[in-house]
Design a binder for this molecule. Structure first.
Ligand code: NDP
Length: 394
């Protein structure tokens, strides 16, 4: 294993970012010696400064430009440089690094993810919305610069770990816990609050992805992410409900073998795998999987009636072109509105589906996004449409 690994973490104050810094700071025998180039955040300026000082980062970048003064004063007397604004985040992603962890939430992470790839940095990808919106374009850029896309999303990381013969794959099988409403009735979901929707049974995550898990749009986005990352068509990707979140995903090969990756639900495992790839690094502090203690693993098909988001995502990826971008943009707006208590829980998938159908019946649907500008245009189109449909004040 390479002894020295230089890391940048985009979205360092979030759930994935904090887990990443935990792995990076562990300093255990057999692990690489990590050093930190850049850390970024949106508005959590105190947490960012604290993390940057602890990690001895070269630079800390806050997206919210008005917080530059605060960041600078928090970093005074240290060797950590301060920077602010969205462009500074893109520049941070372009700094030389062995691996850039893309852990900003939403399409807001795309410019920085792209910049890291264009610089030829390997990208440990958590920011699935980047892949959903611009998968083919990002892969094209990665092929041009030689950057590797190393999935951190636990399902894709599991597949990545067991994908030894991509040419012999029959099916990818994405597992899903079913989220907090796995057994909820429609009327319970109609009345669901943000607190209930973000209380995931197995994983501790940011608010947006937690709501996505509750609607199962997360699994839909993951399906699109998997189709683009592994170049497997949607009809060869299955979704399987597995409430214990122990099997993180499976690959079914044409000789009847099914390979899976198992582990406790802890993001530090896929993060460490991506950071130490193509090797493995020890994580001695992590709870070990004890299958005898767990006793049983359950599986069932997803309920597409109660969780229509999955079918909507399949429709988007099979339609191709700009459809996944539109679905993602509509979902981001609807989830934010739900978290602000402006719309009900069931409205999220409903409006995302309606905006997608409007798009597929519209003029822009004929156009395959050929540039990142096209991606941002379609995202804007979806956001405007969703805001109109939800009758939200812009
Ligand atoms: P969080 O909401 O916990 O963290 C998001 C991070 O991105 C924070 O550092 C936040 O900064 C920053 N950020 C948010 N908006 C912007 C913006 N406009 N510009 C710059 N920075 C921004 O999210 P998660 O860590 O849960 O998820 C991050 C990504 O990883 C998502 O795409 C998610 O789908 C994916 N993922 C997450 C998993 C998890 O276990 N959490 C598992 C698999 C994938 P600030 O703190 O200042 O708001």
């Amino acid at each position: 294993m390479s002894d020295q690994v230089r890391v940048s973490v985009l979205g360092a104050t979030g759930s994935v970012g904090v887990s990443t810094l935990d792995v990076v700071s562990a300093r255990v025998a057999g692990a690489p010696e990590f050093s930190v180039a850049a850390l970024t955040a949106n508005t959590s300026v105190d947490a960012l400064a604290k993390a940057a000082i602890k990690a001895r980062a070269d630079v800390a970048v806050i997206a919210e430009a008005s917080l530059y003064g605060r960041l600078k004063s928090l970093l005074a007397g240290t060797n950590v440089e301060a920077a602010a604004g969205p462009q500074a985040i893109v520049e941070a992603a372009s700094r030389p690094a062995d691996v850039v962890v893309a852990a900003i939430v939403g399409i807001a992470g795309l410019p920085a993810t792209l910049a890291a790839i264009q610089r030829g940095n390997n990208v440990a990808l958590a920011n699935k919305e980047s892949m959903v919106c611009a998968g083919p374009l990002l892969r094209q850029e990665a092929a041009r610069t030689g950057a590797r896309l190393l999935p951190i999303d636990s399902e894709h990381n599991a597949i990545f770990q067991v994908l030894d013969r991509p040419d012999r794959v029959e099916k990818l099988i994405l597992t899903a816990s079913g989220g907090p409403f796995r057994n909820a009735s429609m009327s319970e979901m109609a009345a669901a609050t943000p607190e209930q929707a973000t209380a995931h049974p197995n994983w501790d995550m940011g608010a947006k992805i937690s709501v996505d898990c509750a609607t199962m749009m997360n699994k839909g986005l993951e399906l699109i992410e998997a189709a683009y990352l592994f170049d497997v068509p949607e009809d060869r990707i299955d979704v399987l409900i597995h409430p214990q979140s122990i099997i993180h995903s499976l690959v079914s090969y044409d000789d009847g073998s099914v390979l899976a990756q198992l582990g406790m639900p802890d993001m530090r495992t896929p993060i460490a795998y991506a950071l130490s790839w193509p090797h493995r690094m020890p994580l001695p502090g992590l709870q070990r999987l004890d299958l005898a203690k767990i006793g049983r693993l359950d599986f069932m098909p997803p309920d597409l009636q109660r969780f229509p988001a999955l079918g909507i995502a399949r429709r988007a990826v099979s339609a191709g072109g700009g459809a996944p971008i539109v679905l993602n943009g509509a979902n981001e707006v609807a989830v934010a509105a739900f978290l602000q208590r402006r719309v009900g829980f069931l409205t999220i998938a409903q409006v995302a589906g309606e905006v997608l159908e409007d798009f597929l019946n519209s003029q822009p649907a004929a156009k395959v996004p050929a540039s990142f500008e096209d991606v941002y245009d379609l995202d804007r189109w979806a956001r405007v449409r969703t805001i109109e449909k939800l009758r939200l004040a812009a």
